[in-house]
Design a binder for this molecule. Sequence first.
Ligand code: B12
Length: 247
Amino acid sequence: MSGPSALLDRISDDLATHGLFARGVLCLDGETSAPRLADGAAARSIVLVGPIGGSLWPAFEPWRATRSDRGGDHPLDAWSKQILNAVAETHGATAYFPSDQPYQPFQAWAKQAEGLKPSPLGILMHPQFGLWHSYRGALGFSQVLDEPLKPDTVSHACDHCVDKPCLSRCPVNAIGPAGFDVRACRAHLATEAGQAGCMQSGCLARNACPVGEAFRYPGPQLRFHMQAHRHMQALGPARNSQIRLPS
Ligand code: B12
């Protein structure tokens, strides 16, 4: 079999052994903001790639253990690049990564491809996986792919959540209607209480969300992401000040 959906099946097979999934597909209609392919042309389709719950951890952890440098300063990015650059080469795609600058609009892509909306934390809410999902990269293609994974309508769980525990669990109120106060969050993480709380068990606000609890990351992965969040290099004012969340 050939054609766009067969291509997607082959990509999905290649990703599955690494605990990664083709999360969604979106087509770009020759937009000027479309990311560039390796040959300089605008990408016509994007396949979003990411884990579901802790699915990547059983592949990532053993990989990291074999590296003499433990994967370097950004091990998850290094691992993702190794896998996705190879998958991209196999399938004639160009790979993009969420932490590479200039930032590609991964969340905007996910909204379009998967119909997701932001939770009060800024992280996109998935109807099944809750806040326990992310994006490790995207594959850009010169051809227009089918969008078989695109849902018609997606229920946004936060619309039906009356208590919104995510808004009241942060020990330093770093999350509120005005946005996410990164500075307050990081200052707390450096304290004894922060070390014993969020650094140990993961962001308490994120943990408070009742949606997709079965997909919560395993403890070592939660701690890994909190370390990364705490130590992420400040690259500009937005990183260290009050961040206004999307509407
Ligand atoms: C910079 C950045 C941060 C910065 C600041 C965010 C900001 N807006 O400036 C900091 C370091 C604070 C941060 C923190 C986290 N981030 Co962040 N971050 C990014 C990054 C690299 C760029 C965002 C950006 O500027 N995009 C450029 C614009 C043009 O793209 P966009 O899609 O249109 O932008 C949307 C987002 O910026 C969003 N937004 C705005 N403000 C905030 C604030 C937060 C905290 C988040 C998560 C999103 C968000 O609204 C925009 C419109 O939709 C993205 C990856 C990416 N390339 O998108 C990840 C990304 C948004 N982050 C992500 C995550 C998971 C986190 C953390 C939970 C990670 C962690 N280690 O715990 C924390 C949140 C802390 C918490 N409360 O739990 C995920 C979100 C996945 C999802 N399910 O939605 C992304 C997509 C990375 C990924 N690999 O999947 N992040």
